[in-house]
Each structure stands twice: as structure tokens, then as C-alpha cells.
Design a protein around this ligand. Structure first.
Ligand code: MG
Ligand code: ZN
Length: 217
């Protein structure tokens, strides 16, 4: 008799993430994983970012526990969208992304954004084969998110921190520079972009960064 030993979930996820990376590399497509709390403004960031790219070259994978509200928002701007409803699961894993890719037209895409399930904890544990991981933090979330979430790695495993909703700064008792300093304490290499997805303030730096990084004209 042979006893079957299953790979631990995270280990299996790593190899599927590598598969996803391989599929996209062959097509010359870059993959961006957006992580952030519910209400941090992940969808709004995507909407405003789409306005600066060719939506036809952009694919979006929307991760939500339920509904297609966010998917409809970005679909209406001309991007091809696949919705993943996790039915209660609080993060996306690489297998879900692999399946989503089978439902996207890859030949005309340059970049695919994943909006992860709103959650600062476990999405960080699951690599999805992304080339870039972004954490979105809204100024309304208070000052100490970075130090409250050093594990599991939401801040330290990301390359970019978007500090969103800076248009609200005059109305909040919050020290933006303090938030950024705290995040950099955990991850000194973080590229930080304070911006407002509502007014567009601060957007040019972010757009320039992502276009340069992925050689998008
Ligand atoms: Mg959203
Ligand atoms: Zn989870």
C-alpha cells in the first residue's frame, strides 16, 4: 500500500505561481497584484490607472468574496475582466489565477492587474506569479497599519505602497509622513506614491513609474 502525501498548501501554491509566471512571460505580459484592506481604494486606483493606459491592452482579475460590482466598474472603462468570487475565502491563490488566465484573451495584453480580496493578512502569504506587488493604504485607516501588520508580510513583501485618499488629508488627524516612515521601517525599499484616486493628485508619478518599469509607451 502506498500512502499519498499531499504537498502543503503554500508549497503547492508556489509551484503554480511559477507556472502562472511562465505562461505570462511567454506572452510578454506583466502581472500586478494589488493588496489592501476593504475600502482602501483598490478599485478606484485601477479605474484611474486605466485612464492612463490603453484599456484594450489591460486585463483585470477581480477577486471578491461575492458580487461583481468592482468588475463592472473596470469593465465599463474598456478593460477585459474576469471575476473570481471566492465564496467566503479571504484571499486569492495561484490556482485561481491560473484558471482566470484561461478566461482572458492574452494575445493583445501588456499588463494584467489582480485586485485581491480586501484583506491585509493572508493575501500576502500567497504569491500569484506577480511581477509587482502593490499595497494600497488609505489615510482613513489610521496611522499604524504598517506596524500592526508586519506579519504576514503585507508591507515587507510589496515593492510599492500607494497612500490613497490624500484629498482627505485636511479633514483627518493623521500624520502622513509618519505612516510612510513607519512603512519604510518595515520595508526600506518600498516605493511610495501618495495620491488621490478621486482628484488624480499625485497620479503622474505612479503612472510614470509603472510605465517605465514595464516599458509601456
Ligand atoms: Mg474593490
Ligand atoms: Zn485568506
Amino acid at each position: 500500500m502506498k500512502i499519498k502525501v499531499l504537498k502543503p498548501i503554500l508549497e503547492a501554491n508556489e509551484s503554480i505561481a511559477d507556472e502562472v509566471k511562465g505562461i505570462l512571460r511567454e506572452k510578454g505580459i506583466k502581472l500586478v497584484n494589488i493588496i489592501g484592506s476593504p475600502g482602501s481604494g483598490k478599485t478606484a486606483l485601477l479605474e484611474k490607472t486605466l485612464a492612463h493606459l490603453f484599456p484594450a491592452e489591460v486585463g483585470i482579475i477581480e477577486g471578491d468574496i461575492s458580487t461583481t460590482y468592482d468588475a463592472e466598474r473596470v469593465y465599463s472603462l474598456g478593460a477585459e475582466v474576469v471575476q473570481i468570487n471566492t465564496q467566503g475565502a479571504c484571499h486569492l491563490d495561484a490556482n485561481m489565477i491560473k484558471e482566470a488566465l484561461q478566461n482572458l484573451t492574452l494575445d493583445n495584453k501588456k499588463i494584467i492587474f489582480i485586485e485581491n480580496v480586501g484583506n491585509l493578512v493572508c493575501p500576502a502569504e500567497f504569491r500569484l506569479g506577480e511581477d509587482l506587488r502593490i499595497i494600497v493604504l488609505s489615510l482613513t485607516e489610521g496611522e499604524h497599519k504598517p506596524l500592526k501588520y508586519p506579519y504576514p508580510l503585507s508591507f515587507s513583501s510589496s515593492q510599492v505602497l500607494i497612500v490613497n485618499k490624500i484629498d482627505l488629508l485636511p479633514h483627518l488627524k493623521v500624520d502622513m509622513e509618519g505612516i510612510i516612515a513607519e512603512a519604510k521601517k518595515i520595508n526600506p525599499d518600498l516605493k511610495v506614491f501618495p495620491l488621490s484616486s478621486l482628484t488624480g493628485e499625485g497620479f503622474s508619478g505612479w503612472i510614470e513609474y509603472i510605465k517605465n518599469l514595464f516599458c509601456i509607451p
